[in-house]
Design a protein around this ligand. Structure first.
Ligand SMILES: [Ca+2]
Length: 354
């Protein structure tokens, strides 16, 4: 009798293993068939965007939303990828174009092309409002720290000094698009709805490229990097996406408003329109886009925005040394329904076994 039970248990376990392997192969094959190379399939579903508990008012309040399936770049767009785009199109980024006197009448000394570069203050006395951001003539994606710097041997690093229109131009060339904030935040969670970080609820310097120590003076480099890291240097989330938090901020297509107004109970909600974009912390700037994910400059004592719900506003014409991007490809599931589908307010959501 005992022998019979043992055999039955072994048979059941064997079949479970085969079943799991079959599902796993099916998912991998399906993802490969619908998503271009280098992209992960993000299965549609439901989650809570924003937070009810954050100390940052712009993240309030948690809103239940639904999201359609889509594909997302596994990595931030790299210098090598952006170089291919520039070679193919001759595109010149915003940071490489001369500034017009009409646009910057008061900034006579800053008419040379350039961009904002983070520079660690040399002493505590130097620190004033945003003193660690310096306008550096000649800084652009090919020269991240100014004309004397290069991206040689940094082909696998995220491209930076990318203004919003630069990212859009690249996306058009690549046949993809920038993610909405909803897509970005949903994907960054990897299914861990409600978790504080992309990997769980406990901060760890080994899970994302952030700043350890006291920003902006002292970086212990506990995660191995004071500045940017090559893409994919830290573990992926459960959707197979790397560096969704830390390393560099990433542009989204949404216009910025504080909080998540009018998103609850909607499918694929987006932010306000262009004319309604406003950040009360930047009252003199309008038409700001949402950036997500934080960067290598985010430290527990300052910023701490290496979290899925964290968000910042950014002027569309201003790339810096810690803003990059990644892209999505939206799916038309009506032409590719391989597994049972859930209906979500008239649009199909893909339900994949986990
Ligand atoms: Ca770091």
């Amino acid at each position: 009798m005992i022998l019979l039970i043992q055999r039955l248990v072994i048979a059941v376990l064997f079949n479970l293993v085969i079943f799991a392997m079959t599902i796993s192969l099916t998912n991998a094959a399906f993802a490969e068939s619908v998503c271009p190379q280098g992209m992960a399939l993000i299965p549609g579903g439901f989650f809570s965007i924003g937070s009810d508990n954050s100390g940052y008012v712009e993240e309030l309040s948690a809103s239940d939303v639904s999201v359609s399936s889509f594909c997302m770049d596994r990595y931030e767009v790299t210098n090598a990828q952006f170089a291919k785009f520039v070679k193919a199109t001759g595109y010149i980024t915003v940071a490489e174009r001369p500034l017009s006197k009409q646009q910057f009448a008061l900034l006579d000394e800053e008419l040379l092309p350039g961009s904002l570069v983070f520079q660690m203050p040399q002493s505590v006395k130097q620190v004033s409002f945003l003193s660690w951001w310096q306008w550096v003539p000649g800084a652009n994606w090919q020269h991240p720290f100014g004309s004397g710097s290069t991206i040689t041997n940094k082909e696998n690093y995220p491209v930076v000094h990318i203004a919003y229109e630069d990212a859009v131009a690249y996306a058009k060339w690549a046949g993809k698009s920038l993610p909405t904030e909803t897509q970005w935040e949903y994907a960054s969670r990897g299914g861990l709805d409600g978790a504080l970080y992309t990997w769980g609820n406990l901060y760890s310097p080994t899970r994302a490229n952030t700043w350890q120590g006291i920003f902006p003076f002292f970086n212990t480099k506990a995660d191995g990097y004071v500045g940017m890291a090559p893409v994919g240097s830290f573990p992926a989330n459960k959707y197979g996406l790397y560096d969704m938090t830390g390393n560099v901020w990433e542009w989204t297509s949404d216009w910025f408003a504080s909080g998540h107004v009018n998103k609850a109970h909607r499918l694929n909600p987006t932010g306000p329109g262009h004319d309604d974009s406003f950040d009360p912390n930047k009252p003199f700037e309008k038409a700001l886009h949402v950036i997500k994910g934080g960067s290598y400059l985010c430290a527990p004592n300052y910023c701490s925005r290496y979290r899925p719900t964290a968000r910042e506003s950014q002027a569309a014409d201003t790339g810096t040394s810690h803003i990059g991007f990644r892209l999505v490809k939206n799916l038309n599931l009506k032409t590719s329904p391989p597994t049972p589908l859930l209906q979500g307010e008239g649009v199909q959501l893909l339900s994949l076994p986990s």
